[in-house]
Structures are given as structure tokens and as C-alpha cells.
Design a protein around this ligand. Sequence first.
Ligand SMILES: *[C@@H]1O[C@H](CO)[C@@H](O)[C@H](O)[C@H]1NC(C)=O
Ligand SMILES: *[C@@H]1O[C@H](CO)[C@@H](O)[C@H](O)[C@H]1NC(C)=O
Ligand SMILES: *[C@@H]1O[C@H](CO)[C@@H](O)[C@H](O)[C@H]1NC(C)=O
Ligand SMILES: *[C@@H]1O[C@H](CO)[C@@H](O)[C@H](O)[C@H]1NC(C)=O
Ligand SMILES: *[C@@H]1O[C@H](CO)[C@@H](O)[C@H](O)[C@H]1NC(C)=O
Ligand SMILES: *[C@@H]1O[C@H](CO)[C@@H](O)[C@H](O)[C@H]1NC(C)=O
Ligand SMILES: *[C@@H]1O[C@H](CO)[C@@H](O)[C@H](O)[C@H]1NC(C)=O
Ligand SMILES: CC(=O)N[C@H]1CO[C@H](CO)[C@@H](O)[C@@H]1O
Length: 651
Amino acid sequence: MSYTYFFFVFIFSSVLTICAQNHTYVYHDCPNTTTYASNSTYSTNLRTVLTSLSSRNASYSTGFQTAASGQAPNRVTGLFLCRGDLSPEVCRSCVAFSVNDSLSRCPNEREAVLYYDECMLRYSHRTILSTLSRNGEAVFRNDTMIPSNQLERFSNVLMSNLTQAVTDAVTSPRKFGARKAKFTASQTVYLLVQCTPDLTDQDCSTCLQISFNQLPLDKIGGRFILPSCNSRFETYPFYNQTAVKALPPPPVSAPERPGKGGKANVSAVAIVVPVIVVVLLLIAGYCFFAKKKKKAYDTAPSIDGDEISSADSLQLDYRMIQAATNDFSESNNIGRGGFGEVYKGTFPNGTEVAVKRLSKSSGQGDAEFKNEVAVVAKLQHRNLARLLGFCIEGKERILVYEYVPNKSLDYFLFDPAKEGQLDWSHRYKIIGGIARGIIYLHQDSRLTIIHRDLKASNILLDADMNPKVADFGMARIFGMNQTEESTRRIVGTYGYMSPEYAMRGQYSMKSDVYSFGVLVLEIISGKKNSSFFETDGARDLVTYAWRLWRNQTPLDLVAPVMRHNCQMNKVVRCVHIGLLCVQEDPADRPTLSTIVMMLSSNTVTLPVPKQPKFFAQSRPKKDLLDSEQSTKSNSVPWSIDDASITELYPR
Ligand SMILES: *[C@@H]1O[C@H](CO)[C@@H](O)[C@H](O)[C@H]1NC(C)=O
Ligand SMILES: *[C@@H]1O[C@H](CO)[C@@H](O)[C@H](O)[C@H]1NC(C)=O
Ligand SMILES: *[C@@H]1O[C@H](CO)[C@@H](O)[C@H](O)[C@H]1NC(C)=O
Ligand SMILES: *[C@@H]1O[C@H](CO)[C@@H](O)[C@H](O)[C@H]1NC(C)=O
Ligand SMILES: *[C@@H]1O[C@H](CO)[C@@H](O)[C@H](O)[C@H]1NC(C)=O
Ligand SMILES: *[C@@H]1O[C@H](CO)[C@@H](O)[C@H](O)[C@H]1NC(C)=O
Ligand SMILES: *[C@@H]1O[C@H](CO)[C@@H](O)[C@H](O)[C@H]1NC(C)=O
Ligand SMILES: CC(=O)N[C@H]1CO[C@H](CO)[C@@H](O)[C@@H]1O
């Protein structure tokens, strides 16, 4: 043994350590609900598992390794999975990095999953092998949209090639598939799917279906990660294409052979030293090269931490909410919505929230409730009120939203003392913002959420009077069937409901368009559709607006408070759009993306509106969840020129 050997090993490992930096962290999940004590058996077992996973003999060449230690209840099972295209060296370096990283990110949690661009590390006290798991899943999207003229081609190419990649993965020993596909002459999309190889083909396939169904196919990049599988696509090469072509890779012998210094002696220094120099140069070159290359394919999307949401991380403590709302005190009550009372809450760190205490039982179990909340919490858009978390305490269910300071649109619009605060530019901005929020619900989120209860009191205004649509996704949270296009449970508010929804329970994106149309007319006129005082023989705002339109005096609709201070051509265009939205036949109503186009361009020619239809109801009624009988028997369809109904009721 010579000092040369130690010198060599020292230098070599320091270089390797430098090389081992920079594995791109993506996300981790380690619920602090189950923890271990630092001196416990569990802690010892976990160390054993982590040491074994990062030991020299773990199988970095297959990219997957499991390890277990101890007896239940202190048994620890762990595993790592490296991205299928990586060399054993990169895999090993990522695993070493993640093991080290786990100690600081998840210092005493019994189970954890940590994701990096190059690998995933996972451990648990449960049986995790050969089991499809969704605990700790997350979605990431690039904010940049695919241009709409390429959207169809893009999603078709992506979908068909993803399906093919899933088949490749399921049938391959490494459970890995990667492809690239051109979607225009010059643009290519790269996609990758992978399961942990312990899954059965069936589970792998199921998991990847879950994963790729959540991918945002209208964005230029995205990924969906689960402990059992993941999928990702980008419009730049983020994996090593050469390596993918060469799969399955030949088993590679353990790296770091040069340290065979056992036989070295002083006389060998003359040979060893130049070798060291050469090797160091090679390593340095490799590091340099690898870093450069990394730039080429690893300009990974900067992951927006805000996009992460998983059911567990959203669950809040009941006592904390009680404290924040002063035990739901009357003075904290800031309103009541269709689904319960809303309270203002303030957490100890000063964060203000709106706490909605659900009044109606949701008819589904805790697990489904949690899942749906997690889904709805993932819907994030500038023009949507953000769902921050939830709480379950016995039968009580609570939703926690971001607090929006300026109350809701109705509070300004219909109050003579406040309507002056909304000038034309505010109102125009609000109309556009609502439309963009709903487009996101309808198409951009990949979920197709139909709001079903759009109304002025569901449009919150932030400090700059930007609108935020609230109360979306409630049908999901309440466990209503999302696939049926017709429902017996009507959630909605008279005055805003489309005729086909109010009468037959048929809803579609076009029923939201109808409600949007009513909102636009309300925003321009400052009058409430459902408590409209008879003007010129019209009994509701929709009819009134139509009469003015027919008489070619649409500007008479404009709220007096801003009549002398608005852009007339835009106002007329908005009235026109509003009337197109409230057409009786859903097919005659434009989609929201068309509406946004109509709003933003003065050159798009709008169709001529026909006489709209408004549906009035013969008995005062608030929100209608669970009131199917009353909607069927007590309400009558009402054509606007039908004089048989003489009264209208406020909602
Ligand atoms: C879990 O973490 C949250 C936030 O970091 C903290 O407020 C809560 O007290 C923790 N719970 C436990 C049981 O440690
Ligand atoms: C671990 O246990 C030893 C004795 O068993 C004790 O002295 C030490 O303080 C413990 N350390 C921690 C961090 O609890
Ligand atoms: C590595 O080898 C040691 C000794 O042969 C063995 O105890 C350990 O379980 C091995 N680790 C793995 C991950 O195979
Ligand atoms: C392990 O993590 C600590 C910080 O948590 C860091 O200082 C150290 O360099 C890391 N070691 C390796 C080998 O990455
Ligand atoms: C994949 O993408 C290409 C375009 O590059 C397309 O022609 C092909 O149909 C897609 N589907 C499959 C299964 O390869
Ligand atoms: C890509 O893979 C090939 C073949 O495995 C390898 O020679 C090359 O170094 C890899 N490139 C990078 C940047 O890792
Ligand atoms: C989106 O993708 C582009 C290019 O593909 C990349 O430069 C950017 O960092 C990505 N942004 C996010 C937020 O992922
Ligand atoms: C993203 C990242 O972790 N970058 C680090 C890569 O490593 C160098 C040093 O090796 C750091 O300075 C960077 O911050």
C-alpha cells in the first residue's frame, strides 16, 4: 500500500463528487404524518437500505434496484429507478445524490419519494414492490401553449406516439419507451414513458395510461410523475437519443476500475503518476463534456412549484382552521355561497384565506373527496380563485381558498353607491378575464370542467379589479357524474341558467356560454337579470337588451354611471357578443375561444343574433342542488314574448 493509492482515491473521489452534483431536482413527497425517531430501529434500517442502494454493487446498469431491511413494523423497503437512457455512471451519481438529498428534504419521515430529472428514490414502511402507487403524484406543465393552428396535429402526433411508447415500455424488460415525432416540418416532440420494472405488464400499462392522460397536450412540454411510473414530453431532446437507440444496453461492469492500487509500490510511482494524470484529464474532460451536453438536452423546464398538488399536502388541520376563523365566528362570515357559509380566516403567519364550510353532504367517501379536491386544486389560472386546501373532520368538510380582497362583482355592479368604482376599462377587463378563466376550465386544463353556476357573485375581484372565477369544480367535489351530459341534480342559479339546462338538466360548455352572456349584459347595464324591473315592457335583462338591439339603440343599455365615458364600438360589440351567447339553440352560441377572438379583434365579423330565449321560473328559489323535483314541476319555460307570466322573482 502506498500513499499514491490514497492520493489517487482521494483525488478520484473528489472529482467524482464534483461530477455528481447537479442532478435536477423535480419534486418530492414525504408526508410528515408518519415519522421515525432519530435513534430508532426504523432509522437504522433506513440507513442500511439507503447505503445498500448507493453501494457499489447496486445494479446501476439496469437502472433499477430494490433493497429491504428489518422486520415489520420497522421494516424498510427502498428502491431507485434511473431514466432508461442513462449510463450506469450517471445513474449511480444520481442515486448517490438523491440519497444524500433525502436526508435533508425528508429528515425523519417514514416514507418518501424524491424525483429528479435523472432518477427517482423511494422508501417506505409499507409493501411498495409490485404495487401500483399514486401517493405523491404530480403534474408539471410548461406555460407556453402550442399555437392553436398546430394544436390538432400536435396532440394527434403526441397521442399516437405516446400510445406506441407505452406499448414499447410495457413489453420491454426495462419498462422504458422513448420516441420522437415531427409535428411540423421543422419541429419535433420528444417523449418518454417509464415504469418501475417490478410492476406487472398490466399494472405498468394502467399506470402509464393514468400518467399520460394527465399530460397537458396543448402545452409545449409537460410531465406526470408517480412513484410507479412517469411520462414526459418536450419540444427539445431531453434524453440521450444515441443511448435510446442502443437499448437494451449491454451489462456494464462496475465503474471505477483504475483504483486497483493494491499492488502498487514505490517503484510503480513512475508508471502510476502519469496514468493518474491521464485519468484525471479524462475525468475532467468528461465532466466538462457532460456539463456542456447537459446544457444541450437538459435545459429542463424550470419547474413551477406552484403547480404541485397532491391530496396529502393539501389537507389542513381542523383546529388550525378553527383558530384562523375565530371558531367560524359571525364576524368572520363574509358570505354564503351555494354550498355553504364562507368565512375569512387568517393563519398565524398572516396568510389570509377564504374558508368555505360545506353545508351539504357530498355523497362520496373521504378518499374520493380528497382526490377530487386535489384535481380541482391543480386548476390554476390567473382568472380562477385558487383552491389551497381542504379539511375533513368527522362529517364536516371544508375548502380553503385564496382570499380575494375586493369581494365579488355583484357587490359593485348592483350597488348604486359602488357601481361608480367600476369604469368601462375595468368592466372590459373583467369581461375578458372571465372569458379566459372559463376557457381554461373548458379546454386548457385537459379536464373539461363545466362551471354550471357562473354568476356575478361567483366572480371575485382582486385588489386591481382582476376577475377570478370562483366555485368551479364543485360538481366534481360533490361526486356528481361528470360523464353524463344530462343531470337530475341541477346546480345553478335562475337568471343565469340556459333554457336547456333549467328545463331538461342538459348541460354542456354552451350552458356556461349562456351564463357568460347574461353576465356580459349585466356588466354593461349594471342591472341584474333575475331581479329586473320592468322597462319598456321587458321583464328581464335579456329581453330588454334584445329590444334595444332590434331598435338599433344598444347604447341605451349602458349603465348611466359610465354612459359618457366608454368606448362605444366596444360596448356595442360586447352587447352583440352577449346576445349571441344567450341564443336559444346551443349551437348558435359561440365557444369561449371564439368569444375571446371576437373580443380581441375588431375585424372578425360577428353573426347576426336571433331572438334570444330566457327562462323564468315561477317560484323564488336559490341554489338548486338536490332540488330536482321543484325544477321539474314548478318552473315553466318562458319564451320572451309570452305574456302569461307577470312576475319575476329575485333569486
Ligand atoms: C407537518 O408539516 C406542516 C408544515 O410543514 C406542519 O405545520 C405540521 O405541524 C407538521 N405535522 C407534524 C405532525 O409534524
Ligand atoms: C441516541 O441515543 C443515545 C443513547 O442511546 C443518546 O445518548 C443520544 O442522545 C440519542 N440521540 C438522539 C439524537 O436522540
Ligand atoms: C452488496 O454486496 C454486499 C456484500 O456482498 C451485500 O451484503 C449487499 O447486500 C449487496 N448490496 C446489494 C444492493 O446488492
Ligand atoms: C450531501 O448534502 C450536503 C447538504 O445536505 C452537502 O453539503 C454535501 O456536499 C452533499 N454530499 C454529496 C456527496 O453530494
Ligand atoms: C408518430 O408521429 C409521426 C409523425 O412524426 C406520425 O406520422 C405517426 O403516425 C405517429 N404515430 C406513431 C404510432 O408512430
Ligand atoms: C449518450 O449515449 C451514448 C451511448 O450510450 C454515450 O456514448 C454518450 O456519451 C451519451 N451522451 C451524453 C451526453 O451523456
Ligand atoms: C418551457 O419550454 C421552453 C423551451 O422548450 C423552456 O425554455 C422553458 O424553460 C420552459 N418553461 C417552463 C416553465 O417549463
Ligand atoms: C443547478 C445546480 O445545481 N447547479 C450547480 C452545479 O454545480 C455547480 C458546482 O459544481 C454549482 O455552482 C451550481 O450551482
